[in-house]
Design a protein around this ligand. Structure first.
Ligand code: EPZ
Length: 421
């Protein structure tokens, strides 16, 4: 537990290296169980969700090592064990072990992954899909047990293009007899990354990035090597930070094609954005223009993970913006914290109205989840005076050394571990 102490008003400038994507790395690390061999994963972010996932892999008997940005997972001696509360409870994406464990060992027992402050985070779509592949599900208050003699490939129609469910099915289907076809699959770049990783260990899979994914069950795999794609949400976070400070930055190692909708929104707000030699050049306008209506949605629509972060930027736009959150029922927890800084936001159900103000003022605020924390840091960078953002552990889940990267761009930001009173 710690906090970020930020003195706002410093213009950001310079170059920032965008780390590997959290939401690509997590399913790929689960997939490292498949081949009972060596998996070399480059550009793997050093964040707490990755560390927790590596803990789970260690508990399952994998050998883990990290050399800088490269993580090596050897699953040769992996053995079955259930995933206990103190990891599953901390991280929703522990659910991404369900499919691969069920496929590899015929069973998976995972403590019910907590909901979190952004919503209930149900897993019904995951469980229904496992049943369609042939699993039996036993649920009790705190854990879910799936068992299956064998898994049989089938056609699965997702009611919602769920990212996690799509990935879980892909990981289970690798071990199923025959072909599995996922309809209404999530189309995120992170799903494509998982497909590319699976191909690297010899799995026949195609269609990711579209609405239909085909996976051929197989039993022979080779060692894998893969480089994690850049984190498009981290890139968007630095864009908003620069916009809050009238800054001008170059984002190295960023894939423009993964963030078209986000770039469109920043451009509509007056930001100058250009794709240049393996990165993105970003320049903030003197005054940010409001966004008429922003609606989050499944990829390639505007990502829900960017909603809190763009809302921060819109608090100082020259006019009123409307944001509609269609993905999670409770993803406006950052509103009250931004209003403590002088923002003028009213939120009801899934609609937030952001009336631009001239400037935010420093305050003591609390992160309530990962992206809300990032939003408060962005807001603090543009605010007048000192802001303390509490609950840094939420931010550390998904951002590697965010204070160091921002300081290198000229921000006055310090991390301070909670002083235990
Ligand atoms: C992934 O979560 C991401 N996490 C989230 O990022 C992201 O916000 C989300 O996708 C949406 O893009 C990872 O990839 C680790 P979903 P996931 O299943 O897979 C409903 C971050 O900040 N649903 O695509 O859990 C669900 O309630 C995190 O990095 C069901 O109803 O999201 C939501 O309304 C936050 N039943 C919608 O689908 C289910 O069984 C989309 O959720 C599963 C999901």
């Amino acid at each position: 537990m710690g906090q970020y102490i930020i003195n706002g008003g410093r213009k950001l400038s310079g170059e920032v290296f965008i780390n590997g994507s959290k939401n690509a790395a997590l399913p790929i690390l689960s997939a490292a169980l498949i081949n009972s061999g060596e998996n070399i994963i480059h550009n793997c972010p050093d964040i707490t969700d990755v560390s927790l996932t590596l803990e789970i892999l260690k508990d399952l008997g994998c050998e883990i090592s990290r050399e800088g940005k490269t993580v090596i997972v050897n699953s040769k001696n992996a053995e079955y064990c259930g995933i206990c509360q103190d990891t599953a409870g901390k991280m929703r994406s522990s659910i991404l072990f369900m499919g691969v464990m069920l496929g590899k060992w015929g069973r998976s027992e995972i403590c019910r992954p907590g909901g979190c402050s952004i919503g209930r985070r149900p897993i019904d779509i995951h469980l229904d899909a496992m049943k369609e592949l042939g699993a039996k599900i036993e649920e009790n208050d705190d854990s879910i047990c799936c068992t299956a003699e064998t898994l049989t490939g089938t056609s699965i129609y997702l009611p919602v293009a769920s990212v996690g469910a799509t990935e879980n099915i892909m990981l289970a289907a690798v071990f199923a007899k025959g072909r599995t076809v996922i309809h209404n699959a999530a189309r995120e770049p992170e799903v494509v990354a998982l497909q590319d990783y699976l191909k690297s260990i010899g799995v026949q899979v195609k269609g990711a990035g579209g609405q239909v994914i085909f996976i051929e069950g197989c039993s022979k795999f080779n060692d894998g090597e893969y480089s994690v794609i850049p984190d498009r949400i981290e890139a968007g976070t630095f864009m908003a930070a620069a916009a809050m400070t009238k800054g001008k930055i170059f984002l190295k190692n960023t894939n423009w094609l993964h963030m078209c909708k986000t770039v469109e929104i920043f451009s509509n707000c007056g930001c100058e954005i250009k794709a240049e030699k393996g990165g993105i050049y970003f320049k903030s306008p003197r005054k940010i223009k409001p966004a008429s209506v922003i609606r989050t949605g499944v990829y390639p629509n505007f990502p829900t993970d960017m909603q809190p972060i763009v809302m921060s930027m819109l608090t100082i736009a020259k006019g009123t913006s409307i944001i509609i959150e269609t993905m999670f029922e409770n993803r406006f927890n950052h509103v009250s914290e931004l209003n403590k800084m002088g923002a003028k936001i009213t939120a009801q159900n899934r609609v937030a109205i952001v009336e631009g103000v001239r400037k935010l003022n420093g305050a003591s605020v609390s992160a309530t989840d990962l992206r809300a924390g990032a939003a408060l840091i962005a807001a603090a960078l543009g605010a007048k005076g000192e802001t303390v953002v509490q609950n840094s552990h939420f931010v550390e889940r998904g951002y590697e050394n965010i204070d160091g990267s921002l300081a290198a761009l000229g921000a006055d930001i310090k991390f301070s571990p909670e002083i235990n009173v």
